[in-house]
Design a protein around this ligand. Structure first.
Ligand code: ZN
Length: 203
């Protein structure tokens, strides 16, 4: 049951719930959408951090807000699909919902710089979203460090999130490199003791 599983994770001490939304187009996989966000919202007060891996996020901002999302993270790579990122971020801000911006592994973090000041979080993907069977890409820690240094130099305190293959083994190196939001899927949900799994990952 979704409700039981969320209660288990909540009791284990998760700070927020990160929900991946994939449309089978922007990324090859298809994952849950609005009905699941609504269902999750009904059973928890945790912050719902919604990661949109969809081609047309601008069409769904109000719908996700209504469903209960607290933040919407969109991808820099949308620019290669002809999306005006400045306008999209503005739309999300106008809807009074937090905006996150993500980069895929092949995109350098400098792509985030022009938008960082308007973002509530910056997400560095540590594997290619939408494909199964991958593990954490080690070069991610350099990207985290580069982004973190740039933010520090500019005296900006935007949280850095890392997503994909994060485990108890690599969590410390992510935190050391500047990440403060670790997205852990199977490392927490797949653990017999989710509380222990979360404690092992905390800095
Ligand atoms: Zn995600």
């Amino acid at each position: 049951m979704l409700k039981d599983e969320i209660e288990r994770i909540e009791e284990a001490g998760a700070d927020l719930l990160h929900l991946d939304v994939m449309d089978g187009h922007f990324v090859p996989n298809l994952s849950f959408g609005l009905p699941v966000v609504e269902a999750v919202r009904r059973v928890t007060d945790l912050k719902l951090d919604t990661h949109l891996m969809i081609s047309d996020p601008g069409e769904y901002i109000e719908a996700f807000k209504k469903a209960g999302s607290d933040s919407l993270t969109v991808h820099f790579e949308l620019t290669t699909h002809g999306i005006d990122l400045d306008a999209l971020i503005g739309q999300i801000q106008d809807a009074e919902i937090e905006c996150g911006l993500a980069v895929n592994p092949e995109t350098p973090v400098v792509a985030l710089f022009p938008f960082a000041a308007r973002c509530a979080l910056l997400l560095v993907m540590s594997l290619v979203p939408g494909f199964g069977g991958q593990s954490f890409i080690p070069e991610t820690t350099q990207k985290l460090r580069q982004l973190s240094q740039w933010l520090n130099e500019g005296e900006m305190s935007v949280p850095i999130q890392v997503d994909g293959g994060v485990t108890a083994e690599n969590a410390a190196s992510c935190v050391d490199a500047g990440a403060s939001l670790l997205v852990a899927g199977s490392a927490v949900f797949g653990a017999a003791d989710a509380g222990e799994a979360i404690r092992r990952m905390r800095p």
